[in-house]
Design a protein around this ligand. Structure first.
Ligand SMILES: Cc1ncc(COP(=O)(O)O)c(C=O)c1O
Length: 361
């Protein structure tokens, strides 16, 4: 029997995202913007919680909701925890989109917006960022209206360009002007120190996505959350309380509590990551053939002036250093590189290899 006839037709049409799956676990992996280390109190909490993994996670999530609400400056009923940012994005798609609906995203941006939109049978319309990766707010509003978009996905700061696309005035303007949900993905909030959270009470169509994957070094564990108005969050909790009641696992929840219950240590941890980034970018800026673009995320965006991104990526891979060539994204030229931040004790090695590649040695 051909089971394809039972599969939702839009599922058959899904294209897979190129995540750089071929990157090995060895070497210096800089292709995902991960934190090279994890937050120690979170590791301790995971070890302590490990002996309980035979038990389902607590059904009562109020402890985490209160901690997250304090961290974000919102009320506990404006928060829902998720199985990291991608789960949050998919949950938004399930709540607001369905077959025949339109969503809007900019390009280049995070590929999961297209994927999450298409998984529920909706379609994505895209709008290109400008030459300096800036966003034309009037054009965005106009495109959303023209296409009757129900959801607008914006990563702020943006992945893969690293820059903030919108300020608070622009976010307010968009939220008020469109007849759509405005989803602001603040996966890099701890780096940008910029948030639209103060706007959610007056803009019921605003939802914020966050994650602990980047800042707190928990990418392998998956913990994230959504912030929004009470009605939206209640609806999402209802959705989660059905087939996804245990979606956020025990270890992730224990690790997240360890972050939230140790705010000073957590802040110091993020500060040291940021200082490692500054240190690395200072080293990169001294290498001829490389320009460091301004960015406020857990990765650097580099422009090469003497070589294509794919040549550079392949040469670095021969030295077991793995980065991302940004030309895999629509709308990106072939001279841009995405590079995570190496641990401090790897930085000299990475800088040395980059220098020798660019000097043609
Ligand atoms: C803009 C953006 N949103 C969300 C995510 C999802 O991350 P996670 O699912 O690990 O929370 C990422 C990861 O790179 C990202 O760059």
């Amino acid at each position: 029997m051909n089971v394809n006839k039972f599969i939702n037709p839009w599922i058959l049409q899904l294209k897979s995202i190129d995540w750089g799956k071929s990157v090995p676990q060895r070497g210096i992996r800089l292709n995902f913007g991960e934190n090279p280390i994890a937050f120690e109190p979170a590791l301790q909490a995971i070890r302590a919680e490990a002996s309980n993994v035979n038990r389902y996670p607590e059904v009562d999530k109020s402890k985490e909701y209160h901690l997250l609400a304090d961290y974000c400056g919102v009320k506990p009923d404006q928060v829902i925890m998720t199985n990291a940012g991608d789960d949050a994005i998919e949950m938004i798609a399930r709540v607001f989109l369905g077959p025949g609906d339109m969503a809007l995203a900019v390009i280049p941006s995070y590929p999961c917006y297209a994927a999450a939109t298409e998984v529920v049978g909706a379609s994505l319309v895209t709008m290109e960022l400008g030459a300096q990766f800036q966003l034309d707010v009037s054009a965005l509003i106009e495109t959303a209206k023209r296409n009757k978009a129900k959801v607008i996905w914006i990563a702020n700061p943006n992945n893969p360009t690293g820059n903030l696309l919108l300020d608070l005035a622009q976010i307010g303007q968009i939220a008020r002007s469109v007849d759509a949900m405005l989803i602001l993905d603040e996966a890099y909030f701890e780096f940008s120190e910029f948030s639209a959270v103060g706007l959610i009470n007056n803009n019921p169509n605003l939802v914020i996505v966050r994650t602990f994957s980047k800042a707190y070094g928990l990418a392998g564990l998956s913990f994230g959350y959504l912030l929004g108005n009470q009605e939206t969050i209640q609806c999402m909790r209802h959705l989660q309380d059905g087939p996804q009641i245990f979606s956020v696992n025990r270890l992730a929840r224990a690790a997240a509590r360890a972050v939230l219950e140790n705010p000073n240590a957590a802040q110091a941890f993020v500060d040291s990551f940021k200082s490692a980034k500054r240190h690395m970018e200072m080293g990169l800026a001294q290498i001829p053939g490389i320009e460091v673009l301004p960015g406020v995320t857990s990765f650097s965006v580099l422009r090469l002036t003497t070589m294509t991104a794919s040549q550079f990526k392949n040469k670095l891979a021969q030295q077991a250093i793995f980065i991302k060539d940004l030309s895999i994204y629509n709308g990106v030229k072939d001279n841009l590189i995405y590079m995570g931040i190496p641990a401090l004790n790897d930085q000299q090695t990475v800088l040395r290899e980059i220098k020798s590649i660019l000097e043609g040695k």
